[in-house]
Design a protein around this ligand. Structure first.
Ligand code: KMH
Ligand code: ZN
Length: 310
C-alpha cells in the first residue's frame, strides 16, 4: 500500500471573529499572540495563520505596525511557516487587507475565493455584558457584512503578492469557490501545487456535514487532479469532528481559537496549543504522521523561511 502523505496541522491563533469576552484564552496582546503561536508550533503546528489585534482592547486590526511586534519573535523561536491573513475585518478594502503581507512578505497568505455573507451575529445572544465597548456592535452587526472577494480583488492579491512568491491558503467556503479558483488558475494566477482550505460551518457558507466534505473533495479532485493539496477547517463545534474525518481521508487539518474557542462540547480550550495537541493525538491515533514545517514547505513548494521580510 502506498505510504500516506504526512498531515500538515495549521493553527489559526486569534482571527477576526471571536472577541475577548468570549474566552479569556483568546490572545490579543503581542506577547500573548507570540507566546500562543510558539506553543502551538511546539505542540505540532507546521503552519501558523496569523491576524493582529489591538493590544489595549483586542479589536481587530490590519495595520502592519500591529503585526510587527510578534512576527519576528515567532520566527526566531520556531521553524513554523508563517501565514498572514488577507481576510481583514470584513470592513476593509482589499488594498488595506494585503498591506501586512506586502510589508512582511511571508511564506503564505490566506486568499478568500468568493464574496459572501459571513456572519457570526448569533453569538451576540450568548453574552449579557462585554469586556470592551467595540465588541457588541461588531458581533451584532456582522449580519450586515458582505465579505467582498470579487474576481478583481482576487486578481489584485494574486498579482501583488505573487511577486513575493507567496503561496496562498485558498479559503473555499462553498462549492462555487472551487470553480472560481479553477477559473483563476486557467487565467494563470496560481501555480501548482495549490493549497485549498475547505471551510465548513460559517454562516453564509456550506454547512459542516461529512457529505459536504466528501462532495467538496470530489469536486476538487475533478477540477484540480494532482495539482492541489487540501485541508479542512470546521468552525465551532465542527472543528474536531471534521478534522478527524479529514485525517481519515488523508487530508490536512486546521485548528485554532480563530475557528473555535472550544476543546470539546461545552469546554473552552485553555490555549491554541491545547487544540493542536488534541488534533495531533487524533491524527496520530488514525495512523498518520504529522508534517514538520520543513516537510510542509516541501509538500506545498514554499519559498523558504529565509525569504521573508521580518
Ligand atoms: N476565520 C476563517 C473562517 C482569512 O483569514 O482570510 C476564515 C479566515 C479568513 O481565516
Ligand atoms: Zn483568518
Amino acid at each position: 500500500m502506498a505510504r500516506r502523505p504526512k498531515t500538515i496541522i495549521t493553527c489559526a491563533i486569534t482571527g477576526a471573529i471571536h472577541t475577548p469576552t468570549m474566552s479569556d484564552a483568546l490572545p490579543y496582546t503581542a506577547d500573548d499572540i507570540a507566546g500562543q503561536a510558539i506553543a502551538a508550533a511546539e505542540a505540532g503546528a507546521a503552519i501558523l495563520h496569523l491576524h493582529a489585534r489591538k493590544p489595549e482592547n483586542g479589536a481587530v486590526t490590519i495595520d502592519p505596525d500591529d503585526f510587527a511586534p510578534f512576527l519576528p519573535r515567532i520566527k526566531q523561536a520556531t521553524g513554523a511557516v508563517i501565514n498572514i491573513s488577507t481576510g481583514g475585518s470584513l470592513r476593509n478594502t482589499i488594498e488595506e487587507r494585503i498591506a501586512p503581507a506586502r510589508r512582511f512578505s511571508p511564506e503564505m497568505c490566506s486568499l478568500n475565493m468568493g464574496s459572501m455573507n459571513f456572519s457570526f451575529h448569533p453569538l451576540a445572544k450568548r453574552y449579557d455584558s462585554w469586556k470592551f465597548d467595540w465588541e457588541k456592535d461588531y458581533v451584532e452587526n456582522s449580519d450586515t457584512y458582505i465579505f467582498r472577494n470579487t474576481f478583481r480583488d482576487i486578481e489584485t492579491v494574486a498579482r501583488t503578492l505573487g511577486e513575493h512568491r507567496i503561496k496562498f491558503e485558498h479559503e473555499c467556503y462553498d462549492v462555487g469557490h472551487l470553480y472560481n479558483l479553477r477559473f483563476c488558475m486557467d487565467a494563470g494566477m496560481f501555480k501548482a501545487p495549490i493549497f485549498i482550505q475547505f471551510i465548513f460551518g460559517i454562516l453564509g457558507g456550506i454547512g459542516p456535514e461529512v457529505d459536504n466534505l466528501v462532495f467538496m473533495k470530489r469536486t476538487a479532485d475533478r477540477l484540480f487532479g494532482d495539482d492541489y493539496r487540501w485541508s479542512v477547517l470546521g468552525a465551532g463545534g465542527a472543528q474536531m469532528p471534521l478534522a478527524a474525518t479529514a485525517g481519515q481521508m488523508g487530508g490536512n487539518v486546521r485548528v485554532g481559537l480563530e475557528d473555535s474557542l472550544f476543546l470539546s462540547r461545552g469546554k473552552l480550550a485553555g490555549s491554541n496549543a491545547e487544540q493542536v495537541a488534541k488534533v495531533r493525538r487524533i491524527v496520530e491515533d488514525l495512523g498518520c504522521e504529522i508534517a514538520t514545517p520543513d516537510e510542509a514547505r516541501e509538500m506545498l513548494d514554499l519559498k523558504g523561511g529565509d525569504r521573508v521580510e521580518f
